[in-house]
Design a protein around this ligand. Sequence first.
Ligand SMILES: Cc1cc2nc3c(=O)[nH]c(=O)nc-3n(C[C@H](O)[C@H](O)[C@H](O)COP(=O)(O)O)c2cc1C
Length: 367
Amino acid sequence: MPTLFDPVQAGDLQLANRIVMAPLTRNRSPNAIPRPITATYYAQRATAGLLITEATAISHQGQGYADVPGLYGTEQLDGWKRVTEAVHQAGGKIVTQLWHVGRVSHTDLQPDHGAPVAPSAIAAKTKTVLIKDGVPTFTETSMPRALDAAEIPGIVHDYAAAARNAVQTAGFDGVEIHAANGYLIDQFLKDGANQRTDDYGGSIENRARFLLEVTRAVVDAIGGGKVGIRLSPVTPANDIVDSHPQPLFDYVVRQLAPLGLAYVHIIEGATGGPRELEDRPFDYDALKTAYRAAGGQAAWMVNNGYDQPLAETAVQEGDDLVAFGRPFIANPDLVRRLREGAPWNALDKATLYGGGEKGYTDYPTLA
Ligand SMILES: Cc1cc2nc3c(=O)[nH]c(=O)nc-3n(C[C@H](O)[C@H](O)[C@H](O)COP(=O)(O)O)c2cc1C
């Protein structure tokens, strides 16, 4: 029976173990450029089988928070190159998370201070972070405008270009498409945010169209074996909801099955919250069965609230990879701690977003 510490193949990615660092936004990249300290942060965690970077904007329009990094400018890619080199030198593997926030943004962060874009002109009841007078400040998101169908191919192109930049210029081992947590792709998927009446709204097939166009374009750009995708069927994060998530996501994974992806990454329950939601029941085994029955061979990655026993059980019962988020912020040597059954450092919530090395690169490792 496999353990967390056994190697595994995920598409083109040969991983030393089944322990993954989940994507974690840290708001420490002014002007969207990763700084040298970010290379230190990721290299410290390179014993994970796979590192997934914090969500990284594919375009200026895809930005939704202050000081998050991008993949669309030369200096941004140079900054990331420093990161991938440091991780590879430390023996790790790293993919970057491709992000377009859609409506979860603010006019202050958008090109020409325009409205954020979304499938429909429905505001998200959620907050973003702006920096005001040097201080990170939670601020209501702005009213979005509905995308014209003619604009959609340009955004699909931005995803593919960012994937190409990530692999060919910045040296990433692959990319993860961020289709979770109420951002643009999730907004298209779910009927709480998508009320379009064209080919991108209404039926499940129509609402999944944008996700599938993006995924196929990214696969065409860099090859399916370097592409993962993150889905969150029932999370309420960023004010997102769907009336019938099971058939929606069963359809999505069946369509993903033939694309030869490296991995499928599922957030079970509310991101960072309960793993089961009374008002949003969901059968994750049925989802995986639907994917495998359609011929999908990607590694199956699970996340949300995993501790050591839960993670060990998941791998024994057939999940291929377990992603840890908050534990990896506080424990750069999480892999060793899991191996030795050592206690975990506590998370300092005050230093999650913004700032410098405090709460970023200064968490202690085991002696
Ligand atoms: C500080 C912080 C930043 C996060 N940033 C991202 C992100 O950029 N992309 C994403 O998909 N999820 C993000 N998440 C969600 C985590 O990837 C993960 O799903 C969540 O923390 C639950 O996993 P855990 O219980 O192992 O922490 C973030 C969570 C935290 C706490």
